[in-house]
Write a protein that binds this ligand. Structure first.
Ligand code: ARG
Length: 605
């Protein structure tokens, strides 16, 4: 049951009445916010129900056939919601941003007034540009996002890749929501295996190789020395030989020996230097390269002291153990210090968290780590909570599932660069099929890199984080269907449209007159654009990149169906300008969302 014509008549009379809507006194920055305000005002007027109650009960829709906003009446606790919905739908007055209202069972569905929608959405996108969709809260909060965190001298596996792109996205999202973000990379750079690496480097190390390809070279050295060690252990000589040397080196490292430390720092900083270059291909910059080796002994000692003081460590065969089952059965027991006095991954994480709280004073800290470490993270969080840190509640573990079957075409170990290179080469190969187009691209290598990266990122973010997925090169680099390259393609197509209509200035577009515009697909497109700020808020709540990816594909499908039917070429300016304004606003939203996900939109491809 809908009332539109009815409402149009009433709109006229309401303009002279004293029901004022859309005064924008509350911070109604985006069109959907204005619609929310207007609905709750007029509805509160006829029902007597508290304005803010209605405001909070309004939901955005994921299917535009259901209008732009929905009110489930059971949520505001009325008796006989079906009858009430029907009655309110007839009584409601179109007002400001509100155009149409329908009753569907116990739901009220509201739609924008078309004129309002076009007039308020399109120019504001064109003016706000990259800021469209972002939030500016009154108080800026601080978040620390820890992500990527590969292990030195070991391969950068799919788990690290997922952590990198999801963490990069989350950092951008927090920023868009007005937070100040510190991006931390917590390297796996500590442990006995690095004693082994140092011994290996003495045997197999090559200074030139180390400078050129530190990550790969250290890995190769590590593999070789591990083989030697295995042989030695078979012969039963591990105490005296490599094994012993490695233990010695690591002990020196733990005791802060200068030579050992400087060797180790060199491996570490060369690796970081190389990582920085690779991350920058992905448009990711870390504020801090921390790591297990960087946790001060002081903070771990303090942690152990608190364990003692709070009476929850016990000694077992010289080691220190916390029995977490006293708080939660499933958490088991954990060792926090070994019998030889060396610390562990977990203890370092406790110290690292304390250190970060002290230095960075975060309001929230997010760890982006695979679901394989779910139990581990619960243990860590429980310990911090039982240490009585009130900030333990501000820690979040954002997890994700596994990737099956990711390897290079040659089937060897994967390094991040190799993955990016393969994607780039494949993209370049496809680009070369269109000789005409590629001749217009300034830097085909660079563009191919960006397209390859989009393929990798979107493939990863298409479904919920927690899902496992099968890695598949050919599907990933298809230009057809819902892929990263398809998003890039849509963006570059809109860019080309803008280039070919550059006789219209931004000012003309911002002041476009939409009164003659009446193409339903274009209006639908603008309704989608108006949803974007809400999509960001939803993604922020769920911390799911898929929320944005799903939206983006909807947006791109709508753009292509407009493209087929609604033209600009050959039209007079009164028709061309409002159309172009909408296409241009769509490109902006596409650009904003792609950037948020970590893609760099291309202008030609
Ligand atoms: N380096 C670890 C790994 O590769 C991930 C580190 C996760 N972060 C942490 N604070 N524990 O598994």
């Amino acid at each position: 049951f809908c009332s539109k014509t009815n409402m149009e008549q009433k709109r006229y009379s309401s303009e002279t009445s004293n029901v004022k809507c859309n005064e924008q006194s509350e911070r109604a920055i985006y069109p959907l916010d204005a619609l929310r305000q207007d609905i709750s005002k007029v509805l509160s007027n006829i029902s007597g129900i508290d304005h803010s109650l209605i405001l909070n009960a309004l939901e955005s829709t994921n299917n535009m056939n259901k209008g732009d906003l929905i009110l489930p009446l059971p949520k505001i606790d009325v008796a006989d919601p079906v009858a009430v919905a029907k009655r309110w739908a007839t009584e409601l007055i179109a007002c400001g941003s509100l155009g149409e209202v329908c009753a569907r069972g116990p739901f009220l569905q509201f739609s924008f007034d078309q004129k309002y929608l076009l007039q308020s959405t399109v120019p504001s996108i064109l003016l706000q540009k990259r800021k469209y969709g972002q939030e500016r809260p009154r108080y800026q909060k601080k978040v620390v996002v820890e992500f990527s965190s590969p292990n030195i001298a070991k391969p950068f596996h799919a788990g690290h890749l997922r952590s990198t792109i999801i963490g990069g996205f989350l950092s951008n999202l927090y920023e868009a929501m007005g937070w100040s973000v510190t991006r931390i990379n917590y390297l796996g750079d500590w442990g006995r295996q690095f004693g082994l690496l140092a011994v290996g480097f003495e045997r197999y190390g090559n200074e030139k190789q180390l400078q050129k390809q530190p990550i790969q070279h250290l890995f190769e050295v590590y593999v070789k020395i591990n083989k030697d060690l295995a042989k030695e252990e078979n012969n039963g000589t591990s105490q005296s030989g490599i094994g012993g040397e490695a233990r010695n080196f690591f002990k020196k490292l733990e005791n802060g020996d200068e030579d050992a430390t400087s060797t180790w720092n060199r491996f570490r900083s060369l690796s970081i230097h190389h990582y920085v270059q690779t991350y920058s291909r992905l448009n990711i910059n870390f504020d801090i390269f921390s790591g297990e080796s960087q946790v001060p002994k002081k903070s771990m000692d303090e942690a152990l002291n608190i364990f003692y003081r709070n009476n929850f460590v016990e000694e077992k065969d010289g080691a220190l153990v916390i029995d977490l089952t006293q708080w939660s059965k499933s958490l088991g027991k954990v060792v926090v210090r070994k019998s030889d006095g060396t610390t562990l991954y977990l203890t370092r994480d406790v110290g690292a968290a304390m250190e970060r709280k002290k230095n960075l004073k975060f309001d929230e800290m997010v760890y982006v780590i695979s679901s394989q470490q779910d139990l581990y993270m619960s243990q860590l969080f429980m310990i911090l909570q039982k240490m009585n840190f009130e900030w333990a509640k501000d820690l979040k573990h954002v997890n994700f599932g596994m990737v099956q079957g990711m390897s290079t075409r040659k089937g060897n170990v994967v390094f991040l660069d190799t993955i990016l290179d393969e994607a780039r080469d494949k993209a370049l190969q496809i680009m070369k099929n269109n000789k005409m187009k590629i001749s217009q691209v300034n830097d085909p290598q660079r563009v191919a890199d960006l397209i390859g990266i989009s393929a990798i990122i979107i493939q990863d973010m298409k479904s919920k984080r927690i899902n496992n997925y099968e890695f598949n090169w050919s599907r990933m680099l298809s230009f057809e269907g819902d892929t990263g390259p398809y998003l890039q393609y849509t963006h570059s197509r809109l860019r080309s449209l803008e280039r070919s209509s550059s006789n219209f200035t931004t000012d003309m577009l911002v002041h476009a007159d939409f009164s003659k515009l009446n193409e339903p697909p274009l209006v639908e497109l603008v309704r989608l654009l108006a949803q974007y700020p809400d999509i960001l808020r939803r993604a922020f709540k769920t911390q799911e990149p898929a929320t944005i990816v799903t939206y983006l594909f909807k947006l791109c499908h709508q753009i292509s169906s407009c493209y087929k039917k609604v033209w600009i070429a050959g039209k007079t300016s009164d028709i061309a300008i409002p159309r172009l304004a909408i296409y241009s606003a769509s490109r902006q939203v596409l650009h904003n969302a792609m950037t948020l996900l970590g893609l760099i939109p291309v202008d030609r491809m």
